[in-house]
Design a protein around this ligand. Structure first.
Ligand code: ZN
Length: 159
C-alpha cells in the first residue's frame, strides 16, 4: 500500500513540526514536545515566507528556510514605539518593563503592547510584533497533508 503523495497547495490542511531560530542561532519557538502545528494552507495562517516555502512539499519532506522580515513579521516600525504616562495603566499596581498588554488598535484589531522602559511617570511602550525586524530561520518537517473539509474551507482555518 503506498499512500498518494499529496502536495501542499491552497486549501490543504498541513501539519508541521518546526523549530524557529533567530540570526544568533537562539531557539525562539518550537513544536517539540507538543502536537505538530496544523494550519489551512493559503489562508494566511502562517507568515507568507513560510507558506511560500512549503508550497508543493509533501508529508515527510524536511526543509530549512531563512525568511527576511518583510516575509515574516515586518520591519521594525519606530512609530509604534511611544511614550505615555503611568496614568494610562489605571488599575495596574506596578508598571514594569517587560509587561505585556492587549490594546485595541486603530482598526479595532487586538494589538500586543510591551512596556520597554519606565522612568518616573513616563512609560515607553512598543506595539511592534516581538519578531518584527528579525530574519527567521525555520527547520520544518512536514508531518501530514490532507484535503480540507468544506467546513474548514468555509471557516478559513483547520479543525
Ligand atoms: Zn471553524
Amino acid at each position: 500500500m503506498s499512500a498518494q503523495q499529496v502536495k501542499i497547495a491552497q486549501h490543504q490542511v498541513v501539519s508541521i513540526d518546526y523549530e524557529l531560530k533567530n540570526d544568533d542561532g537562539e531557539v525562539l519557538d518550537s513544536s517539540a514536545g507538543q502536537e505538530p502545528l496544523t494550519y489551512l494552507h493559503g489562508t494566511g495562517g502562517l507568515i507568507p515566507g513560510l507558506e511560500k516555502a512549503l508550497e508543493g512539499k509533501a508529508a515527510e519532506d524536511e526543509l530549512e528556510v531563512t525568511i527576511p522580515p518583510e516575509e515574516a513579521y515586518g520591519e521594525f516600525n519606530d512609530s509604534l514605539v511611544q511614550k505615555v504616562t503611568t496614568a494610562a495603566f489605571e488599575g495596574v499596581e506596578k508598571v514594569e518593563p517587560g509587561m505585556q498588554f492587549q490594546a485595541q488598535g486603530n482598526n479595532g484589531e487586538l494589538q500586543r503592547i510591551m512596556i520597554v522602559a519606565v522612568e518616573g511617570d513616563d512609560v515607553t511602550i512598543d506595539a511592534n510584533h516581538p519578531l518584527a525586524g528579525q530574519t527567521l530561520h525555520f527547520s520544518v518537517q512536514v508531518r501530514d497533508v490532507r484535503e480540507a473539509t468544506e467546513e474548514e474551507k468555509e471557516h478559513g482555518h483547520a479543525h
